[in-house]
Structure formats: C-alpha cells, structure tokens
Design a protein around this ligand. Sequence first.
Ligand SMILES: Cc1ncc(COP(=O)(O)O)c(C=O)c1O
Length: 442
Amino acid sequence: MTANAPLQRAEMEAFWMPFTANRQFKANPRMLARASGMHYWTPEGRQILDAAAGLWCVNAGHGRKEISEAVSKQIATMEYAPPFQMGHPTAFQLANDIASWLPKDMGHVFFTNSGSESVDTALKIALAYHRARGEASRTRFIGRERGYHGVGFGGISVGGMVNNRKWFGSMLPGVDHLPHTHDLAKNAYTRGMPEHGANLADELERIVALHDASNIAAVIVEPVAGSTGVLIPPRGYLERLRSVCTRHGILLIFDEVITGFGRLGAPFGTSFFGVQPDMITMAKGLTNGAIPMGAVAASDQIFNAFMQGPEGAIELFHGYTYSAHPVACAAGIATQEIYRKEGLFARASDMAPYWADGVHSLKGLPHVIDLRNLGLIGAVELDPIAGKPGLRGYNTFVRAFEQGLLVRVTGDIIAMSPPLIIEKQHIDQVFGVLGGVLKELA
Ligand SMILES: Cc1ncc(COP(=O)(O)O)c(C=O)c1O
C-alpha cells in the first residue's frame, strides 16, 4: 500500500468503518487525503469544499499551523502525563480557557476524550451529585426522541435515534423520552427559531407526575438537535424545560458537542439562547477536531456538592487514562487562542444572515420539503422516495461530493455546518452546487 494510490478491495476489509455502509463504500470509495482552510483534497487532487467542518468539528478551518505547532511542541516536551493524583499546567490552563466562554458559575471542567464519553460522564456526575446530597433515589434520566448523545450505553439510552438503539438490548433502565420538536406542518421553512412547539416542553411535567421528581436525576437535550438532521428549538422551549427542571430539583444537561465553540455565532448554546443548564457536554470544536478530546462543564452547585468530606477522599470515582491528555490540551489551548484572536464566534454571527439567505434560496427546488437554519447550521429536508427512505438524501450527498462539495446526510436530510472562517463566495458555491444537484436528481 502506498499513500494516495487507489486501494484494492481486499486491502479495505481490515478497517471496519464506523456509521458507514462498508460494502457500498468499499465498492466505490470516497477518500480524502489532505486539507487546508475551507477545503479537502482527494488522493487524485480533486478539491472539495467542506460544508460540514469535517463532522461538525473543524470550526477554525483546516490545517491551522498554530494547532499543529502546539501539538508538535507538546509531544516533544511531554507526550503523556497521568491524570489521576497528578497534574500538568496545560490541563489547568485549558480548563480556564473553556470556563472563560461559559457562564461564570459553570467553570468546573472534567476532561474526556469524546462527546460520547462526555455524555456518560455527565450522566454519572448527575447520579453521584444527587447521592452526595442525600437524594440517592434520583436515578432516572429523561432524554428526547431523535436526540443524539453519542454511542456509549448512557448516550444511546437517553438518545432517541432508533437505529442507534434497536440493536443494543435494554440499555440503561429508567429512561423516558420527551417528544421531539419537529413539526413540518406548522414550522416548515422557518428562518431561525420556529414559532410553534414551546408547549412540548410541558411533557416534562407529565413525566415528572408519572415518576415523581424524587426519582428523576436529569434531563439531557441538545439545544439544537444536530445529528438527527438539524431540529431548531421552538421559541420559548428551552426556557420552559429549564423552569420545569428548576421547579423539581432536576438537573438540566445541555449536550453542546455540536453547538459549542461558536457554531451558533456565540461561544455556546447557553449564551446564544440565554438559558443556563447545570452541565454542558462538549467535544469536537474543543480542539478543532485535531486531537480527540471532550469535556463536561459543571456548575458551582454541582462541583461544591462533591467538595465535602475528608480532604484526602477522592470525590468522584471516574476518569480516563487520557483525561486531559497533554497533547489534546495543547491542541485545545491553541484552538481557543484562534477563536479568541480571530473573533470567530462573532464572525459566525455576522455571516449567519448571508448563510440563512443561501439555505432558503433552495426553496421550491425539486423534492425540498423544508429548509432550516440557525447560526452557521443549515438543513435541507427532502421528500423520501416511496419505499426507499434515505435514498434521495444519500444520492444527493454522493452527487454533491462528486461535484466538489462535502455535506452531511441523515436519512433524507442534508445537514451543513461549515468552518466558521467561511467567506461569502464559499456560501454561494455551497448553495450553487447543492441547488444544481437537486435539479439534476429531480
Ligand atoms: C450532540 C452530540 N453528542 C454527542 C456526540 C458524540 O460525540 P463523539 O462522536 O465524539 O463520541 C455527538 C457527535 O456527533 C453529538 O452531536
């Protein structure tokens, strides 16, 4: 095997690809070999405009020298340090950097290696928090239909995407799901946040009435549901969830793996929506996707509940060999510095109206049944082909790639989330190519 030479089919069997139709892919691979700025290049040298920030993570654009230099320097200086009962300065620095984006009483950061681990960590902290305060009966979790919280057993239990759940047995016991908020009949083609659906948060009261608040630990939602195909929260919905949780002593967890680090044109969803949860999970944009890393930010109230008892006692029996890995921390610090210096979150906010115009310019094209946008997120929902759900979406994704555009596809929904460095001319190209593909495949 030589770099950039086409692989033989037999050479492709060893890699069991994640969330991929392995046989279909290996029969007709889509390979990426290099990246810079807004673009990928295929091994043959074809340029691909990245309208997905890789996988919602390369918020500062590709090939950032500041990050690769920080990573090289750290790996040469100290490639690893144990995180249990030991520390290194970069971990503390990055925790402070992250806290600087968050509400000031949410500044306690626990490091993980992925979004999935962040979710499982937050769920475990919720259980241990209640127990530490003498409310050990609070063990139930409430997620939401169509939610995506990664692929750990905790995450798929509170998640609500059927294919991610149905294969994997009974998962965590004691989980309920709120209804999802997608309502095409009332909200199709809304620019920004939809008007209808805040009342869906009241379903939480029904679940509380069923189980009693004394048995419920936490509610977890994505402020904007990303992986299921971009469901923007209805106006007032997150506020109502917050108030029901507060009323009943239930913790509210925002899974900000996608909405964190500027995606909406504010540091986090909490600042964008003006609703403060008790914990925030994050990953992806934390290191610009350069090195795997995740984190959970917890409120003072949660953190302080653990900082009790004898000083020599370990307060939380949880952590990973690679929690606060020094190389990931170096990537994270360099990434935060780029966000800060280049004002990328404000830039995303400035660019959002032009992006929204681009998204909604697709109205009326064949098989388009909805267009959605918020910050630098966009989605095109397509009418499924009868009896073949997902095929139209997949065909659109493949044809777009052939024409030099990378988007995401979930079923028949095309999702877009470009790097925050995107220029107007790229936005024109994204919607020009996508519009052309939709017409061609009509
Ligand atoms: C909201 C949300 N939570 C959790 C995850 C899981 O993250 P990871 O794939 O890093 O485990 C994702 C990934 O897309 C996500 O969007």
